[in-house]
Design a protein around this ligand. Structure first.
Ligand code: PMV
Length: 340
């Protein structure tokens, strides 16, 4: 993945003479979970990320008689116009997409955004909404974009939101595929992962909203102040990610579980867990989870528990009893016919 957005997206995206049409267009995108490696991935260690295809953000484009680009986010009771909010990250995203499509005059449209994903919860809400918008705009203007092109546009959006994203969120969401992701000097090494046996995950929300930027910024400050211990922690996370990949791809959940536990312990030492996350992780383990950890940037948001199907109801009840605002049950991987 190149680190800077190309001035245009090349032939696939620009080989059109654009004429606004009175049609509607929709784009959607999944949420995501980081199974292993968050935070360390910002510093060049590998991470494993999974798409959550059943939990999505959507962007619906409706043509308007006049007035440029408007946004409507009914879930947030918010509506705004691109002309009035040039610094708004989503307005900047639309500006970049139109630029990449070589469309000089913004069309008169309303982009209505809806999402199943709680904001600031570690499930990739920001990257998912941005991906849905890019897909809707591509459909509306008759472009076909490859996942890598969508990912690159969303990465720029992540940069505006978080400063120093690794690129893992935009990648797993734009490709909608389980990935092994390593940030490199000039982009990223991305490998699709084939997960032979379905993983049953329970995802519990602490109900505490935590914007990615804050813990990521705090970890950077601590790392800059005292790099050696943090580099050691990041490299231990990287070793765990390697072992987790082997267990995941062998369908060996009994080995994977304790690796998730160890990843949580390292995230505690990195300083991004919270009492609410620790309480849910402990409750899941005591109820028989194979392993449990926070997922995403931390300080709030969600945790995940790897569960044997026979234990799922018990773990789910324990998570609710320990204060989870919601518990989601999802299966990732396995043969296509038994995917949820
Ligand atoms: O909390 P989320 O969903 O934004 O995940 C952030 C993942 C981090 O590794 C903490 C940051 C990054 O850019 O990879």
């Amino acid at each position: 993945m190149p680190s800077d957005l190309p001035p245009t997206l090349g032939d696939a995206a620009s080989d059109h003479s654009y004429t606004p049409e009175l049609h509607r267009a929709t784009g959607t995108a999944p949420g995501k979970l980081i199974l292993c490696g968050e935070h360390a991935v910002v510093y060049g260690q590998p991470a494993i990320a999974l798409p959550l295809s059943g939990i999505r953000a959507s962007a619906h484009i409706t043509p308007m008689p006049s007035g440029g680009v408007r946004f409507d986010a009914p879930d947030l009771a918010r509506a705004w116009a691109m002309d009035d909010a040039p610094d708004d990250p989503l307005c900047q995203l639309v500006g970049e997409v139109l630029h990449a499509f070589q469309i000089a005059a913004p069309p008169a449209i309303t982009i209505t955004i809806t999402s199943d994903l709680p904001i600031a919860s570690g499930m990739g809400s920001g990257a998912s909404v941005a991906t849905a918008i890019v897909r809707a705009l591509a459909r509306y203007t008759g472009r076909t974009l490859a996942p890598a092109q969508i990912s690159q546009l969303v990465f720029e959006n992540e940069r505006r939101l978080h400063g120093t994203p690794s690129g893992v969120d935009n990648t797993v969401i734009a490709y909608e595929q389980a990935v092994w992701f390593v940030r490199t000097e000039d982009g990223a090494q991305i490998e699709p992962l084939d997960i032979p046996a379905p993983l049953l995950l329970l995802v519990a929300d602490t109900g505490v909203r935590s914007s990615t930027k804050l813990p990521v910024g705090e970890v950077r400050r601590r790392w800059q102040h005292d790099p050696a211990p943090y580099n050691a922690l990041f490299s231990q996370v990287g070793d765990l990610a390697l072992q987790a990949r082997a267990a995941l791809c062998a369908g060996d959940t009994r080995t994977l579980g304790p690796l998730l536990d160890q990843n949580h312990a390292l995230l505690q030492q990195i300083g991004v867990s919270s009492p609410e996350l620790d309480r849910l992780v402990l409750a899941a383990r005591e109820a028989g989870a194979l392993g449990a950890k926070l997922s995403g940037a931390g300080w709030g948001g969600v945790m995940l528990a790897l569960a044997h199907p026979a234990r799922a109801a018990q773990i789910s009840a324990a998570l609710r009893g320990a204060g989870a605002a919601s518990v989601l049950r999802t299966a990732v991987g396995g043969p296509p016919e038994i995917r949820l």
